[in-house]
Design a protein around this ligand. Sequence first.
Ligand SMILES: [Cu+2]
Length: 731
Amino acid sequence: VVDREQALRGDHTDLDELKPFVGPWCAAEIRRHSRHYHRGMATVNQLRQRSDLLFTQLLVAQGGKPGRRVRRPVAEPRFSWFDPVDAAEATALAFRLSALAATTTRVSTALERVLDHVEEETDGQPPELVRQGFALFVTHNRDGRRLSKPRTASAAPGLFSPPPARTSKLAVSLGGESPQLDYWREDVLLNEHHQHWHEVYPYAGLPPKDFNAWVGATPKSTLIAIMDVLRPGQGAAFVNARSNAQLAQEFARIRGFQLRNLDRAHYRAMFRPNDRQGELFFYMHQQMLARYDAELLSNGLARVKPLSQASLSKPIPEGYDPEGFRVFGIAFTKRNQNKTLDPASVTSLRRQHKAIRDAITRGTLKTVGAQATAIDPNLLGEATEAATWQISGLDPNEYPGLHNSGHGAIAALSPGQVGGVMTSTATAVRDQVFWRWHKAIDDLSAEWQEARPANNFADAPNVLVRDSLVAQATPWASPDIILCRTADLPQGNVSARGTQLFGGAQWNVDFTARPSAGAGTVTTISELTTTMATTAFGNRQIRYLTHEPFTTFIRVENLKTTAQRVTLRVFLAPAAQAADRRAWIEIDKFLVDLPAKAKVVVARSDKESSVVKRKVDLSPNQVLAAGNDPDDDSYCDCGWPYTLLLPRGNANGMQFRLLVLCTDAKIDKVGSPGECGSMSFCGAVDRYPDAREMGYPFNRPFGGAPADAIERAILSLSNAGARTITIRHTN
Ligand SMILES: [Cu+2]
């Protein structure tokens, strides 16, 4: 007998098995909540429950239960966000829902219409398409945010937990350079992060936040032109004769194929790109790669090798066996080792790659209408990720979407309609080839950056983070970055405690050189620890990497006679790779107010990190246990998992460099993250909260001999300090 708990856990994903259960259960819920059964208005809470239920059904339909075959798939299951035709359908659905939400001024009635439409769409459309369009609406529309979207990992653990391996060893990678890293690539929260990021930053653009505001802000001629697509020849008559609510009803009919034929101006009127979409596409994936490399090195393995242009026509040595992941009962299929891309794909990928490299060499990208435009990181990202030419204005023949095409071509190496895990944002990172493909993509960004002048740091604030307490500084020995185990610190005002321990008379004491703090009972550490923990997840035990909570104390002296606000940027890199700017991992970024001439001890817990999702999940299990916090909107669910903040390190204690760089907050315009999401990876709701180019200062070469350019730059900057720490993996 299936109960509600089990269904929510996604254990029962065989449709035939699920249907009799979901049927009566849904009916009961809907009887209570839907307008068909409920006289009067549904409460917001009832709408949220119904929304939650719909998302869960859509996800559960995709969850995996190995070894079972569903006899009768309900719909054509194939959908890939990486396929522009599919993405247009999901994007159109998000627009329809935004319009439906404006068909009446009564919000609850409007949202019921939205939910009815989602329910109708589930009949006959791939569930992932419906889920994606619904998710875009709930994440980005003002009224949509009133609805509830469960964390995907909690609604369908079957889709996110590692496949049960046939053998006792968890091994789903086939061959390749790093089958040992399955524990990391299969991490539940890592997979969820990547999937949700692509919802928060959809390359095809965001639906209107508020449909009525959209109608108000859009020129009538544009509304008429879009309406002409829906009602050929009658656009003007319709737009002129209708009220906003009636217009909303009409616009709620638009489909993906119609979007794809829209003019650029009209498409851009309907969908806007998220702020700095292309730039963040590069940066977020580059950071994932830096972390991946650190994880490889932690396991004694070499850094990831790109799936280079030369190797595209050769057999791909690594394979991947999803062992039972399913989309609507049809499994992702295995890619055997040494599969070779079909020649047409190789030709196409090489042509696309060459077009972007040529653009980098020229310094300009080709736009629609054979014009040229100067490259900036955002446009380069848009050209590389995917071609939504209506958004970017770039020539879609030159740049049809190299990154997305690669995902599709590689997924197609697995048999069947759905193909391999590379087809889905929810599963792609499991596959070694994902990382190799993304390294090839990131090489393009790095090539462009490398050809730019070095950052000159002329705008550095007048502050001091010391490199040493003695005259002759050695690199990586800053006394102003102090680490403690969070468990060793008193509850309450950690900042005041930090000032007592490390400020005042203790300001000139080097706490990194000795294990114990002089002024009290708190022991400072130079070693962080990681561990493999075990937790119940869905219907089985899983293991996941996590670390012991730590707090960083940073000492900064304001050398100015006036107060100033600075942005503290904290990065980490394996010592062995620290000469390479691309190896630096962003750990944190936050604002600090420095009174005039003050010597300030800043305390910062790892749980406050700007890269991790807030609120933090201390384990994958917590996602299941916490359920869905009604105060969190979907934007909040975006960010790097807290559990994976640190690379694993090794049993001997692997050396890393920890860097703090202060920049001028007046220039940076970094926002306050509050309690929601990841500021570094997900931005804020409207604007990316850092005016500098993403990755700063590692967004440019450092100049001089590459072997020590970074360490010399840090030594020469009074506003930066760095030290060595170790990360030990204990088990
Ligand atoms: Cu991605």
